[in-house]
Write a protein that binds this ligand. Structure first.
Ligand code: CA
Length: 221
Protein backbone atom coordinates (compact mmCIF):
# COMPACT_ATOMS: atom_id res chain seq x y z
CA UNK A 1 0.00 0.00 0.00
CA UNK A 2 1.25 3.41 -0.95
CA UNK A 3 0.51 6.31 1.38
CA UNK A 4 1.03 10.03 0.82
CA UNK A 5 1.99 11.82 4.03
CA UNK A 6 1.35 15.57 3.85
CA UNK A 7 3.09 17.29 6.75
CA UNK A 8 5.33 20.37 6.81
CA UNK A 9 6.87 19.68 10.22
CA UNK A 10 9.94 17.54 9.33
CA UNK A 11 10.11 15.62 12.61
CA UNK A 12 6.44 14.59 12.53
CA UNK A 13 6.69 13.75 8.82
CA UNK A 14 9.67 11.52 9.52
CA UNK A 15 8.00 9.80 12.49
CA UNK A 16 4.91 9.03 10.43
CA UNK A 17 6.84 7.87 7.40
CA UNK A 18 9.16 5.68 9.53
CA UNK A 19 6.14 4.18 11.29
CA UNK A 20 4.41 3.46 7.99
CA UNK A 21 7.54 1.90 6.48
CA UNK A 22 8.04 -0.30 9.54
CA UNK A 23 4.42 -1.45 9.17
CA UNK A 24 5.04 -2.48 5.56
CA UNK A 25 3.61 0.55 3.74
CA UNK A 26 5.34 2.58 1.05
CA UNK A 27 5.35 6.18 2.36
CA UNK A 28 5.92 9.36 0.36
CA UNK A 29 6.09 12.79 1.96
CA UNK A 30 4.77 16.10 0.60
CA UNK A 31 5.77 19.19 2.58
CA UNK A 32 3.32 21.80 1.31
CA UNK A 33 -0.26 21.98 0.08
CA UNK A 34 0.53 22.69 -3.58
CA UNK A 35 2.74 19.61 -3.82
CA UNK A 36 0.12 17.53 -2.00
CA UNK A 37 -2.63 18.66 -4.33
CA UNK A 38 -0.51 17.98 -7.43
CA UNK A 39 0.58 14.53 -6.30
CA UNK A 40 -2.82 13.56 -4.93
CA UNK A 41 -4.43 14.39 -8.23
CA UNK A 42 -1.83 12.91 -10.58
CA UNK A 43 -0.69 9.84 -8.65
CA UNK A 44 -2.51 6.87 -7.30
CA UNK A 45 -2.28 6.44 -3.50
CA UNK A 46 -4.11 4.00 -1.27
CA UNK A 47 -4.60 6.70 1.36
CA UNK A 48 -3.49 10.25 2.21
CA UNK A 49 -2.52 11.44 5.70
CA UNK A 50 -3.17 15.18 5.53
CA UNK A 51 -2.08 17.81 8.03
CA UNK A 52 -4.40 20.83 7.86
CA UNK A 53 -1.90 23.61 8.68
CA UNK A 54 0.36 23.68 5.61
CA UNK A 55 2.41 26.28 3.70
CA UNK A 56 1.34 27.46 0.21
CA UNK A 57 -2.13 25.87 0.33
CA UNK A 58 -3.92 24.76 3.51
CA UNK A 59 -4.95 21.15 3.99
CA UNK A 60 -8.68 21.85 3.87
CA UNK A 61 -8.31 23.47 0.43
CA UNK A 62 -6.19 20.52 -0.74
CA UNK A 63 -8.95 18.16 0.36
CA UNK A 64 -11.72 20.21 -1.27
CA UNK A 65 -9.80 20.41 -4.54
CA UNK A 66 -9.11 16.67 -4.57
CA UNK A 67 -12.75 15.82 -3.93
CA UNK A 68 -13.86 18.39 -6.53
CA UNK A 69 -11.54 16.61 -9.00
CA UNK A 70 -13.31 13.31 -8.13
CA UNK A 71 -10.26 11.85 -6.36
CA UNK A 72 -11.79 9.30 -3.97
CA UNK A 73 -8.58 8.25 -2.19
CA UNK A 74 -9.31 7.82 1.55
CA UNK A 75 -8.03 10.82 3.53
CA UNK A 76 -7.11 10.92 7.22
CA UNK A 77 -6.72 14.50 8.46
CA UNK A 78 -4.44 15.58 11.32
CA UNK A 79 -5.96 18.28 13.48
CA UNK A 80 -4.97 20.39 16.47
CA UNK A 81 -6.09 19.28 19.91
CA UNK A 82 -8.85 21.87 20.29
CA UNK A 83 -9.72 22.04 16.61
CA UNK A 84 -13.31 20.80 16.71
CA UNK A 85 -14.22 23.26 13.97
CA UNK A 86 -11.56 21.94 11.60
CA UNK A 87 -12.66 18.35 12.28
CA UNK A 88 -16.21 19.27 11.26
CA UNK A 89 -15.03 21.20 8.21
CA UNK A 90 -12.65 18.39 7.27
CA UNK A 91 -15.32 15.72 7.44
CA UNK A 92 -17.76 17.93 5.53
CA UNK A 93 -15.07 18.44 2.88
CA UNK A 94 -14.71 14.68 2.41
CA UNK A 95 -12.18 13.45 4.98
CA UNK A 96 -12.74 9.80 5.94
CA UNK A 97 -11.44 10.18 9.48
CA UNK A 98 -9.35 12.48 11.67
CA UNK A 99 -6.64 12.16 14.26
CA UNK A 100 -5.82 14.79 16.88
CA UNK A 101 -2.18 15.81 17.39
CA UNK A 102 -0.22 14.56 19.22
CA UNK A 103 -1.07 10.93 18.52
CA UNK A 104 0.50 7.50 18.78
CA UNK A 105 1.69 5.95 15.53
CA UNK A 106 -0.28 2.80 16.49
CA UNK A 107 -3.51 4.80 16.38
CA UNK A 108 -2.63 6.30 13.01
CA UNK A 109 -1.95 2.81 11.65
CA UNK A 110 -5.26 1.46 13.01
CA UNK A 111 -7.23 4.34 11.47
CA UNK A 112 -5.43 3.91 8.15
CA UNK A 113 -6.22 0.20 8.13
CA UNK A 114 -9.87 1.01 8.78
CA UNK A 115 -10.23 3.65 6.05
CA UNK A 116 -8.36 1.62 3.41
CA UNK A 117 -10.48 -1.44 4.26
CA UNK A 118 -13.69 0.57 4.01
CA UNK A 119 -12.50 2.04 0.71
CA UNK A 120 -11.96 -1.46 -0.63
CA UNK A 121 -15.41 -2.44 0.67
CA UNK A 122 -14.41 -4.87 3.41
CA UNK A 123 -15.52 -4.47 7.00
CA UNK A 124 -13.14 -6.91 8.70
CA UNK A 125 -9.36 -7.28 8.66
CA UNK A 126 -9.79 -10.86 7.39
CA UNK A 127 -10.24 -11.24 3.65
CA UNK A 128 -10.60 -14.61 2.00
CA UNK A 129 -10.59 -15.56 -1.65
CA UNK A 130 -11.03 -19.27 -2.33
CA UNK A 131 -8.42 -21.17 -0.27
CA UNK A 132 -6.49 -17.97 0.46
CA UNK A 133 -7.02 -15.93 3.60
CA UNK A 134 -5.16 -12.75 4.47
CA UNK A 135 -5.29 -10.82 7.71
CA UNK A 136 -4.50 -7.19 6.92
CA UNK A 137 -4.06 -6.35 10.61
CA UNK A 138 -1.58 -9.12 11.43
CA UNK A 139 -0.24 -9.06 7.84
CA UNK A 140 -0.44 -12.83 7.78
CA UNK A 141 -1.46 -15.16 4.98
CA UNK A 142 -2.77 -18.71 4.94
CA UNK A 143 -3.81 -21.18 2.27
CA UNK A 144 -6.31 -23.90 3.24
CA UNK A 145 -5.78 -22.84 6.86
CA UNK A 146 -2.01 -23.32 6.72
CA UNK A 147 0.18 -20.27 7.39
CA UNK A 148 2.44 -19.16 4.52
CA UNK A 149 5.53 -17.08 5.37
CA UNK A 150 5.98 -14.19 2.94
CA UNK A 151 8.57 -11.43 2.63
CA UNK A 152 7.34 -7.84 3.11
CA UNK A 153 7.43 -7.28 -0.66
CA UNK A 154 5.56 -10.49 -1.44
CA UNK A 155 2.92 -9.61 1.16
CA UNK A 156 2.48 -6.10 -0.28
CA UNK A 157 1.97 -7.43 -3.77
CA UNK A 158 -0.45 -10.14 -2.67
CA UNK A 159 -2.51 -7.87 -0.42
CA UNK A 160 -2.77 -5.27 -3.18
CA UNK A 161 -4.13 -7.87 -5.61
CA UNK A 162 -6.51 -9.23 -2.96
CA UNK A 163 -7.88 -5.78 -2.05
CA UNK A 164 -8.46 -5.12 -5.74
CA UNK A 165 -9.67 -8.61 -6.56
CA UNK A 166 -11.84 -9.05 -9.59
CA UNK A 167 -9.87 -6.39 -11.46
CA UNK A 168 -6.74 -6.83 -13.61
CA UNK A 169 -3.84 -4.84 -12.14
CA UNK A 170 -1.02 -3.76 -14.45
CA UNK A 171 2.63 -4.37 -13.67
CA UNK A 172 3.22 -0.62 -13.54
CA UNK A 173 0.46 -0.13 -10.99
CA UNK A 174 1.90 -2.96 -8.89
CA UNK A 175 5.36 -1.41 -9.06
CA UNK A 176 3.93 1.92 -7.89
CA UNK A 177 2.30 0.31 -4.90
CA UNK A 178 4.99 -2.04 -3.69
CA UNK A 179 8.11 0.12 -4.12
CA UNK A 180 8.91 3.67 -3.08
CA UNK A 181 9.43 6.07 -5.96
CA UNK A 182 13.21 5.82 -6.02
CA UNK A 183 13.69 2.05 -6.01
CA UNK A 184 14.15 -0.39 -8.87
CA UNK A 185 11.21 -0.13 -11.27
CA UNK A 186 11.84 -3.19 -13.38
CA UNK A 187 8.76 -5.11 -14.53
CA UNK A 188 10.93 -8.27 -14.67
CA UNK A 189 11.24 -7.93 -10.90
CA UNK A 190 7.44 -8.06 -10.63
CA UNK A 191 7.37 -11.23 -12.72
CA UNK A 192 10.02 -12.85 -10.50
CA UNK A 193 8.13 -11.78 -7.39
CA UNK A 194 4.85 -13.22 -8.67
CA UNK A 195 6.60 -16.48 -9.62
CA UNK A 196 7.99 -16.78 -6.08
CA UNK A 197 4.64 -15.91 -4.56
CA UNK A 198 2.83 -18.54 -6.63
CA UNK A 199 5.35 -21.17 -5.54
CA UNK A 200 4.89 -20.28 -1.89
CA UNK A 201 1.08 -20.18 -2.08
CA UNK A 202 0.91 -23.45 -3.99
CA UNK A 203 -2.65 -22.61 -5.12
CA UNK A 204 -3.49 -21.04 -8.50
CA UNK A 205 -4.97 -17.81 -7.10
CA UNK A 206 -2.97 -15.30 -9.16
CA UNK A 207 -3.97 -15.23 -12.81
CA UNK A 208 -1.81 -13.70 -15.54
CA UNK A 209 -3.38 -11.18 -17.92
CA UNK A 210 -0.92 -11.57 -20.76
CA UNK A 211 0.86 -8.40 -21.84
CA UNK A 212 -0.84 -6.48 -19.00
CA UNK A 213 -0.54 -7.74 -15.47
CA UNK A 214 -2.27 -9.91 -12.90
CA UNK A 215 -5.63 -10.59 -11.38
CA UNK A 216 -7.11 -12.47 -8.46
CA UNK A 217 -10.64 -13.60 -9.30
CA UNK A 218 -13.27 -12.18 -6.92
CA UNK A 219 -14.59 -15.66 -6.10
CA UNK A 220 -11.23 -17.46 -6.00
CA UNK A 221 -9.67 -19.87 -8.49
CA1 CA B 1 1.52 21.82 9.96
Amino acid sequence: MRILVVEDEPRIAKDISDGLTAAGYVAEVARDGEDAWFRGETENYDAIVLDLGLPRLDGLSVLKRLRAAAVTTPVLILTARDGWREKVEGIDAGADDYLTKPFRIEELLARLRAITRRAAGHASSLVSVGPLEIDTRAQSVSVDGKAVALSALEYRLLSYLVLHRGRAVSQTELLDHIHSGDSDRDTNAVEALVARLRRKLGAPVIETRRGYGYCIAADGP
